[in-house]
Design a protein around this ligand. Structure first.
Ligand code: HEM
Length: 374
């Protein structure tokens, strides 16, 4: 394994096995892009190791699933046709005629859902470990932006096969937007490309899904990862306390190769789960959208919106929308409100709030699926 020393301000690598660094190709690239500096950074970076370390893998899994989305999405683009006349037929062609087309489509759809699921897991684990506290406020805020973008990907992608279920779910979803005070009607028409969900909505959603969202997401993921790299991984307050009281030792493992190999193992497990779900439960296509067909009862949006949809059945719509807007606002600026955690003190109140939010979201989602009511 390589060791690095920095002599006279210029990275110089001393390796026991200098097989890699002595190779001609390494030297060629090294002269042009300072590979020594990159290696030096990788060898020196460490990750805290403690009983909660498992939660450090979920950001990486989200990143991995995003990359799977990009690759499978590009493959689908080779055959997909974004018009109301031929979108459904083109997806039908992909899943019946194109070799492995059904698998690529199924992986793309499952990965979209797992991406959102693991981004939620990552967010709540970061929340419960209070990793948002100073100096990681901006990492938290950029993370929330990523979660919204991930939901935007799911929402816009869902309509693209132009099937009946997606058509109805898009009606429901865009109706949410219409409830926002003052700008609701404008927002609804902006999303739909008119007052109703029509072929114009499909064109718009296609644009959002393959150009606007990927562009913005790539930029924000880069910013998020730069923040994570600059600040390093945080250690939970409880572990910091135990270290200070001498009850446990501070253990750090090298990022390269120890942590990255574990990351790769987590990605392999995620890939296994993905392929299992995609091949055992291929994503269905359903019937082609028929704008004139009446909506069946108990229609609901995608699972990650169900808790909001269900809540709006129990409280006046305006109150519900304002409540979610306020809760979202507080959630974004949480690192600035949780003063106690910022001082390195345990804050049980915020832990309880996080647990209550998780229970609320899970229970309301389950009700939405199993006892939706009116
Ligand atoms: C949706 C796409 C996302 C991707 C691809 C992503 C990626 C990552 C990665 C690779 C890490 C380092 C490893 C880890 O801590 O798991 C990380 C850390 C972090 N992420 Fe995310 N993340 C995403 C969403 C979020 C969300 C929704 C939040 C919270 C609102 C968030 C907040 C953070 C914070 C605070 C850290 C630092 C953790 C620490 O220092 O202990 N991220 N993210």
């Amino acid at each position: 394994m390589g060791r690095i020393s920095n002599s006279a301000g210029k990275g110089k690598i001393e390796t026991k096995s200098s097989y890699l660094t002595n190779s001609k190709i390494f030297k060629w690239f090294g002269d042009r892009i300072d590979l020594d500096g990159i290696l030096e950074f990788m060898y020196h970076k460490t990750v805290p190791h403690h009983k909660f370390s498992i939660w450090y893998y979920f950001g990486g899994i989200s990143l991995y699933l995003f990359l799977v989305q990009v690759i499978t999405g590009i493959l689908l683009l080779l055959y997909y046709k974004p018009t109301a006349e031929s979108a459904y037929e083109s997806v039908q062609y992909i899943v019946t005629q194109v070799p492995f087309g059904w698998l690529v489509r199924s992986i793309h759809s499952w990965a979209a859902n797992l991406f959102i699921f693991f981004a939620f897991v990552h967010m709540f684990s970061v929340f419960l470990m209070k990793a948002y506290r100073k100096p990681r406020e901006l990492t938290w805020i950029s993370g929330i932006a990523l979660l919204f973008l991930a939901m935007g990907f799911g929402f816009s992608g869902y309509l693209l096969p132009w099937n009946q279920l997606a058509y109805l779910a898009t009606n429901v979803g865009t109706n949410f937007a219409g409830m926002v005070p003052f700008i609701g009607q404008w927002l609804l028409e902006f999303l739909r490309g008119g007052p109703e969900v029509t072929a114009a909505t499909l064109t718009r959603f296609f644009g959002f899904h393959i150009a606007i969202l990927p562009g913005i997401t790539t930029i924000i993921i880069t910013i998020h990862l730069v923040f994570v790299q600059r600040m390093g991984m945080s250690t939970p307050i409880s572990i910091e306390k135990q270290i200070a009281e001498g009850k446990t030792r501070k253990i750090e493992i090298p990022f390269f190769p120890n942590f990255i190999l574990r990351d790769i193992m987590a990605w392999t497990l995620a890939l296994g789960l993905l392929v299992l779900l995609a091949s055992l439960f291929p994503w269905e296509l359903g019937e082609k959208a028929d704008i004139l067909k009446p909506a069946p009862p108990h229609i609901r949006p995608e699972w990650y919106f169900v808790f909001m949809y269900q809540t709006l059945k129990y409280v006046p719509k305006l109150l519900g929308v304002l409540g979610f807007a306020l809760a979202g606002f507080i959630w974004v600026f949480l690192p600035f409100l949780d003063k106690k955690s910022n001082l390195g003190q345990r804050n049980r109140l915020y832990t309880i709030i996080g647990v209550v939010v998780i229970i609320y979201m899970v229970v309301l989602t389950l009700i939405g699926y199993f006892a939706p009511g009116e």
